[in-house]
Design a protein around this ligand. Structure first.
Ligand SMILES: Cc1cc2nc3c(=O)[nH]c(=O)nc-3n(C[C@H](O)[C@H](O)[C@H](O)COP(=O)(O)OP(=O)(O)OC[C@H]3O[C@@H](n4cnc5c(N)ncnc54)[C@H](O)[C@@H]3O)c2cc1C
Length: 378
């Protein structure tokens, strides 16, 4: 008898959720993570991720985000962890920007409650912002922030409670079909584990595990900064400020209400350079901060306090910015995901379920056609 039914490679947002999904279904799960528990060299670290339903990138995300919202609440009930804070969302920019048009499109297509307001009304509601005079704001109620560290820990807790074995500091070298059937996974300490099902959720490194599929993934260095508020902290805290995205001539910026310990998180979405995830410069450089500071001075002076902290995170992007979530067509029992492009965290409970479905049965009831890996080669 094999010691495990399923092996999960990578315990970031999606691997953790996948391990939880498999373990909930009664499978004996082995989770393997290259770095330490809670370490953040992939894409899932830190405290805050945005969850929004009127997803400007593509209307296909709205139903998934709604479902994910409910799943995060269920995970809170299941584990007692405080993960989701509802703040509402503001998506502001020129009326013809992809951000504003896309958010309205998603909201209208999927009957997501929203309001459209002008620049003066944005300033009146949230004096922290100074949008351009011609800016338009899409305001969404069903938006908020997810505590990423707690979310991952909660999924791991669910997996472990259901009997999963999780190994940290265990770098997977390769998988191969096992001579006696099933799939063999080898780690850098020389251990070989065998199981029937394999979930590949290695984030920026996932392509290394399915080189034959030629996944067109590009990893992007993404600096993130926190600034002390230049106004009363209470005026820009949770309950006062929504999560927000703002499109400008210099690109799209986003941020969160003030975190009492860290400050106001502000980042320049998709501003980074393409990198090798093993070689990336993990230091935030003055030029990284200057770009964000220039935005703050023009459009969010309330965040113009001293830089309090910063870090470099990784986006894993596809050419069409849609996720890749699929099963291996040539080897049964294997599912893999690259659900990032800078907006994948919120979907983790759903992606975990999809991965478990695909690894166990090869099929899923979730609508994953837009995420199939072979779309780039069709
Ligand atoms: C700065 C930033 C901001 C973001 N903001 C948002 C947001 O507001 N809202 C949102 O929805 N999404 C957001 N995202 C995207 C989201 O965080 C990612 O989509 C998500 O975290 C991806 O999770 P993952 O599990 O696929 O990858 P990862 O978190 O990278 O996890 C992969 C794991 O695999 C492990 N691994 C790799 N190779 C091996 C190996 N050989 N052996 C064992 N383990 C291995 C890695 O160590 C890693 O822990 C943001 C991302 C970044 C970087």
């Amino acid at each position: 008898m094999k010691a495990f039914h399923a092996i999960v490679v990578g315990l970031g947002a999606h691997g953790s959720a996948g391990a939880a999904a498999l373990a909930r279904r009664g499978l004996r799960v082995l989770g393997l993570e290259r770095f330490g528990r809670g370490e953040t060299f992939g894409s899932s670290g830190g405290r805050s991720r945005i969850i929004r339903v009127a997803h400007y990138e593509d209307p296909i995300y709205a139903p998934l985000a709604r479902a994910a919202w409910d799943r995060w609440l269920e995970l809170e009930s299941e584990t007692g962890a405080a993960i989701l804070t509802r703040t509402g969302g503001l998506y502001a920019g020129p009326p013809d920007s992809a951000l504003v048009r896309g958010a309205i499109d998603a909201a209208v297509t999927h009957a997501v409650g929203h309001e459209i307001i002008d620049s003066a009304e944005i300033r009146r509601r949230w004096p922290a912002f100074t949008p351009a005079p011609d800016a338009v704001g899409v305001v969404e109620d069903l938006a908020g922030l997810l505590d990423a560290e707690r979310a991952n820990a909660a999924h791991l807790l669910v997996a472990e409670r259901a009997g999963a074995e999780l190994r940290f500091g265990a770098r997977v070298l390769e998988w191969r079909p096992a001579a006696g059937g099933g799939l063999e996974v080898e780690t850098d300490d020389g251990t070989v584990a065998v199981a029937d099902h394999l979930l590949l959720a290695a984030g920026p490194w996932v392509g290394d595990f399915v080189p034959d599929l030629g996944l067109p993934l590009v990893v992007e260095r993404q600096p993130v900064c926190w600034f002390a508020p230049a106004v009363q902290a209470a005026d820009v805290g949770v309950g006062r400020l929504p999560i927000w995205l703002m499109a400008t001539e210099d690109g799209t910026f986003y941020g969160f209400p003030n975190d009492p310990e860290l400050g106001l998180k502000v980042s320049h979405h998709h501003s980074g350079v393409s990198v090798d995830p093993d070689e990336v410069d993990r230091e935030v450089r003055p030029a990284d901060v200057d770009r964000i500071r220039a935005f703050i001075r023009e459009r969010m002076p309330a965040a113009d306090g001293p830089l309090t902290t910063s870090r470099v995170c990784l986006y894993t992007n596809t050419p069409d910015d849609r996720f890749i979530v699929d099963r291996h067509q040539a080897v049964s029992g294997i599912a893999f995901a690259s659900a990032c492009s800078g907006h994948g965290f919120k979907f983790a409970p759903i992606i975990g379920d999809i991965l478990a479905d695909l690894a166990i049965t090869g099929e899923t009831a979730w609508p994953i056609e837009p995420f199939r890996a072979d779309r780039f080669h069709r």
